[in-house]
Structures are given as structure tokens and as C-alpha cells.
Design a protein around this ligand. Structure first.
Ligand code: HEC
Length: 224
């Protein structure tokens, strides 16, 4: 009887002691490096790495996602080559022109004016000088030159390469060309994507079929 009591007491004490241990926590670690490796901070400076830095430089010639190399260099020669040979890859559709207008009003109109006549609000308030109208004969800008100056900037006009994507820049180019044509009193270029559509200059000014004329008018007003 005495023995049983002893056994029970000891067993209870063992259980009591064991139940205090939290199995969810790691036990004592001697030489913790055996369990946990040394982590390097991203962009940290460590002399074990090349250039003493954790982050590696991209391989030469790497192209970031969503970015394309631009072939024309930032020089007079590059400008001239772009002016002569660079063409707008996007179609001059109503949508692209509308996108171009929205972006133009955000980025360019403060200086160049909503009409592209060089009379933006900053010019009117005499904050900046020498902003040309897009139809300035001496400059004779082209789609290529417009893109080029947006990419690199020109004199007191900064670059827009970081704020805009390639497509957005070309949409702005399309819209600037439209403004230029309007300043010159010419009809702006508008492409119809649908091949079955007759090119706009082939549509007779006075349409013989009144129903077609009405349909076209309706289309024009919805596109505004
Ligand atoms: C801070 C005012 C300012 C803003 C904003 C600005 N420009 Fe200009 N832009 C100028 C000035 C100034 C010049 C004349 C630079 C020179 O040749 O000295 C110029 C020149 C130009 C030219 C003629 C360049 C040539 O080939 O001679 C074009 C095209 C042009 N800008 C387009 C744009 C477009 C497109 C935007 C918007 C993305 C824009 N600019 C935004 C100030 C501005």
C-alpha cells in the first residue's frame, strides 16, 4: 500500500513537470548557426559579394519588362534621324486620338496650350518662355521628332519617358499632329480601322442616300 502511494505520487510529479514544457517553442539551442543560416539584407553591403553589395547588377543588355530600347541617340544627329525616319506605329483612330488628348491635356497643355499654339497657362503667366506653336514653320516637326523630344526632352522642356509608356507617347504624337493640322487649317489624319470602310476622302461630301447621311451624322456625334 505504501509502495503504491509512492508510485502514484512520483508519476503525478513527472506529469506535472512534463506538462509545463511548451512543445510549440524551440528548445534551447547550442550553436544556433547550425539551425539558422545567416540572412543577408536585400541591397545590403557585404564584402563577400561582388561590388560589396547583396543585389546583383542586371546582366549587360537586359531589357526591363515593358520597356523597349530606343534606337535614336540624344544628339542632333539622333534628332534628325528620328525626324526623318521614325514613324508612328499606331493607327490614328478616334480612340487613340482621344487617349492622346487626355494625356496631352495632363502633360503638355500647361506650356503648349490646349490648341498647341504655344499659349499654355505657364506662358500666359510668363513663367516660361520660348514655347513654340506646333505649326512653327522653322521647326517643321514630324511624328518622329515629336516622339524624340518627348523621349529625351529638348532644352527647357523635360523628358516624358518616365511618366508615359511607349504606346501613350505615340498616342500623344497622334494628337499633337492633329493639333498641328488644325492650326494649319488642314483636315487631321484619322484612320478607319475597318477595312471595309471607304477611306474618308472617298466619301462624297453630299451623300445621295439621306438614310446613310443621317447614320453617318449620328456616328460622328457619338464619337465626339
Ligand atoms: C515646361 C513646359 C513644357 C511642357 C510641359 C512641354 N513642353 Fe514641349 N516645349 C517646351 C519648350 C520651351 C520648347 C522649345 C524648346 C527649344 O527648342 O528650345 C518645346 C518644344 C516642343 C516641341 C518642338 C521640338 C522641336 O522639334 O523643335 C514639341 C514637338 C513639343 N515641345 C512637344 C511637347 C509634348 C508632346 C509635350 C507633352 C508630353 C510637351 N512638349 C510638354 C516646353 C514644354
Amino acid at each position: 500500500m505504501k509502495n503504491t502511494l509512492k508510485i502514484v505520487t512520483v508519476t503525478m510529479m513527472v506529469f506535472t513537470l512534463l506538462s509545463c514544457q511548451d512543445k510549440r517553442k524551440p528548445n534551447y539551442q547550442y550553436m544556433p548557426n547550425m539551425y539558422e543560416s545567416v540572412g543577408y539584407e536585400t541591397y545590403g553591403e557585404y564584402n563577400v559579394f561582388e561590388n560589396d553589395q547583396e543585389a546583383k547588377l542586371p546582366v549587360e543588355g537586359s531589357v526591363p519588362r515593358g520597356w523597349m530600347p530606343y534606337d535614336f541617340e540624344n544628339s542632333n544627329k539622333g534628332y534628325q534621324t528620328a525626324k526623318d525616319s521614325l514613324k508612328n506605329p499606331i493607327a490614328y483612330t478616334e480612340e487613340n486620338l482621344a487617349e492622346g488628348k487626355a494625356l496631352y491635356d495632363i502633360y503638355c497643355a500647361v506650356c503648349h496650350g490646349a490648341k498647341g499654339d504655344g499659349q499654355g497657362i505657364l506662358v500666359q503667366r510668363e513663367k516660361i518662355l520660348g514655347v513654340p506653336a506646333y505649326n512653327d514653320a522653322g521647326r517643321a516637326i514630324t511624328e518622329g521628332s515629336i516622339y524624340h523630344v518627348m523621349y529625351y526632352g529638348i532644352n527647357s522642356m523635360g523628358s516624358y519617358a518616365s511618366q508615359t509608356s511607349i504606346e501613350e507617347r505615340w498616342q500623344i504624337v497622334a494628337y499633337v499632329e492633329k493639333l498641328k493640322a488644325e492650326l494649319d487649317g488642314k483636315a487631321p489624319r484619322v484612320d478607319k480601322l475597318d477595312e471595309s470602310d471607304a477611306p474618308s476622302d472617298m466619301i462624297p461630301a453630299v451623300n445621295a442616300d439621306p438614310e446613310v447621311a443621317v447614320a453617318e451624322e449620328a456616328e460622328e456625334t457619338t464619337n465626339e
